[in-house]
Design a protein around this ligand. Sequence first.
Ligand SMILES: C[S@@+](CC[C@H](N)C(=O)[O-])C[C@H]1O[C@@H](n2cnc3c(N)ncnc32)[C@H](O)[C@@H]1O
Length: 292
Amino acid sequence: MTPASTAERREAIVDGEFAFTNQDFKKIAALLYGQAGISLPETKATLVYSRLAKRLRALGMKTFTEYCNFVALESSIDEQQEMLRALTTNVTRFFREPHHFDDLRANILEPMADKVRSGGRLRLWSAASSSGQEPYSMAFTVLSVWPNAADLDIRILGTDIDTNVLATGRAAVYDESLLEGIPANARNQYFERDASDRRAWRVCEAARSLVAFRELNLNGPSWPMKGPFDAIFCRNVVIYFDEPTQERVWNRFAPLLVPGGKLYVGHSERVGSSITAFESAGLTAYRKVGGR
Ligand SMILES: C[S@@+](CC[C@H](N)C(=O)[O-])C[C@H]1O[C@@H](n2cnc3c(N)ncnc32)[C@H](O)[C@@H]1O
């Protein structure tokens, strides 16, 4: 055995087909943090190994060091996206955490019903929209208040860092199994069977016309949207960020919300009391201070 391979083996942190050292893990963690603000504790080393092993196989690489050198190149933008996809989760559901949609309806939409009906503006943002189930659930909630929403000044923005999930959101076609939990009458009202596949359903035109999808990194240097939004859903994403990154994101939302507008976060996420622009307003819901 050569001295180099002895050293490599000594440093290996996961046993498997590919050499994976602590330095490799640190490089991957630093790249992901720099790219998306996502923190990877060392306890995730096995997960990182198993999620990225298929990338190494696809690229015909033998070691993680080789992979790290490649993915760190400025020109490896596609592989950086692949790495991000492999290491993040896009899990989502229609009407996930349904109390948020009830709250949106009761505390934001219904109080604005007359104003919007007579030409007022309503803007909603799903800030980690994944494959679209969250912004479309917002659209169905909007349609339950204004069945003619498409004729009103109402827009819903869905953004995510992952361009693959955005494409799924734009296509708006979902397998029947993903519609479980939606009552049959709502399913028939807000979806239509997709002509090409018996098990696939497409979101109705009335809801699709309200939602626009755009690529956006919550940790990117600048956000193009001006708002102001009446409500922002940012759920089940900051859980992957460290505390300073979470605080930066909360503080960036505040100027984009109308006074009294609401921020909805995931069930295991919190906006701490150090973020003075928000006050607690329901279960994992926060109101921008200042009144409506
Ligand atoms: C678990 S899903 C949550 C989807 C939805 N909000 C929900 O709660 O059902 C997390 C999403 O956050 C996205 N994401 C991760 N880092 C991001 C970042 N820095 N900027 C924007 N989106 C990000 C992922 O691509 C993924 O689609």
